[in-house]
Ligand binder design. Structure first.
Ligand code: GMT
Length: 376
């Protein structure tokens, strides 16, 4: 198959999932063409069957707002024509699914059928869904896709609740590639913690939906009961506030703000516990990556998190904002016998999301759209 993969090239989970999916398909011999405005961060260097097509926007004084979606649609058309693509798989509804619809119509006028698979990731639905300015376009683009997937059952229900959808949405969960977790060294742990003290970790884009202040407050409550240390990985609008809060709470010397890391798994590999107190989370890829490192997770029961973390088995879940309960959960999970038990279950849970189990789902969906009779 020749597949066009469209995603955000950034550190966000949707870009990571699209990139890893593309790499896995390429390793099987499929030709994968990434179409995006920058090289996806997890793409790495040269590998067979992987191609990258950059979407470049020219700046004209007339444009206060550069029309990215139009340039993207044109690039999709160009790549489909030149590379003879069989289908497009777009990750994130806005603007990828709507640009794909436009590309599909243009190609249809030339007598070429282009199936479009749209994967919904979360904030395209849960945050943008609350913005009436986007609703008609998102509903339309989803309904016009040949197949639609959502990364959790919770996201699937939210999509039906928030948009006028008349299309089947299949749940295909996010996944992990076990080889990424092999050979990660725990050698730098001593830089962040003293012998015998636990190291906690949070990874996100530090946006309000992640409630990073709750990470700091949970950690402060824990640190008042036992010596501990915290790695904060990522960057975003709420980082400065979180740094200030950790100083105000007197734990500034125990919290390490590392910024964005090319490979955040290296931070997970030296940690004992992962904190994810999100307001809303369609899946929580970072939490799954923590489980795959054998790290129990303290999280909220928001969105799709309970589909990833089994409460009382591979981690502990609390209501959003309940920092006291999260601190208690953290203290419980850091006790040696509990930690050993949860660690084993975390690894078991992550294996349910092995890419080997998820990839056949995408194959099935691709084959279905390719063999369906075109209705356009
Ligand atoms: O978490 C974010 O804000 C980034 C966003 C993205 O587009 O990368 O993440 C969403 O997609 C991920 C991959 O499917 C999911 O694991 C995240 O849970 C989801 N984020 C939210 O729902 C807030």
């Amino acid at each position: 198959m020749r597949i066009g993969m469209v995603c955000y090239p950034t550190f966000g989970g949707s870009g990571v999932v699209a990139t890893e999916l593309g790499k896995a398909l390429a390793a099987e011999g499929h030709e994968v063409h990434f179409i995006t405005y920058d090289q996806p961060v997890r793409l790495g260097s040269f590998r067979p069957n992987v191609f990258y097509h950059e979407v470049r926007i020219s700046q004209y004084p007339l444009f206060d707002y550069p029309p990215y979606e139009l340039v993207l649609a044109s690039k999709m058309v160009e790549v489909v024509r030149q590379q003879n693509l069989d289908l497009l798989h777009v990750h994130y509804a806005i603007p990828h699914a709507s640009s794909a619809y436009m590309a599909k119509r243009i190609l249809n006028d030339e007598g070429r059928h282009l199936p479009v698979v749209t994967t919904l990731h979360g904030t395209d639905i849960t945050l943008l869904g609350k913005d009436p300015g986007f609703e008609p376009v998102i509903s339309f683009a989803i309904n016009q896709s040949d197949a639609v997937t959502a990364v959790s059952t919770s996201l699937r229900s939210d999509t039906y609740k928030l948009f006028g959808i008349n299309k089947d949405i299949e749940v295909v969960p996010n996944f992990v590639c076990p080889q990424h977790f092999e050979g990660l060294s725990g050698q730098d742990r001593d830089q962040f913690t003293r012998p015998g003290e636990p190291l906690l970790c949070h990874i996100s884009n530090f946006r309000p939906v992640k409630r990073v202040a709750d990470v700091i407050q949970t950690f402060a409550l824990l640190a008042a009961r036992m010596p501990a240390n915290l790695l904060m990985v990522g960057d975003g609008p709420d980082r400065s506030q979180a740094e200030r809060l950790s100083r105000e709470l007197g734990i500034g010397d125990r919290v390490f703000f590392l910024g964005k890391l090319k490979n955040p798994l290296e931070a997970l590999a030296i940690s004992d516990l992962f904190l994810l107190p999100s307001e809303s989370e369609s899946f929580g890829l970072a939490a799954l990556e923590a489980l795959a490192c054998g790290i129990p997770v303290v999280a909220t029961e928001a969105g799709g998190l309970p589909e990833v973390i089994r409460h009382g088995v591979s981690g502990m879940l609390s209501p959003v904002g309940d920092v006291a309960m999260m601190a208690e959960h953290a203290e419980f999970l850091l006790q040696k016998e509990n930690h050993d038990r949860f660690k084993k279950k975390a690894l078991e849970r992550a294996s349910a999301f092995d890419i080997k189990r998820v990839l056949p789902e995408y194959h099935r969906i691709y084959n279905a759209v390719l063999s369906a009779t075109p209705v356009d």
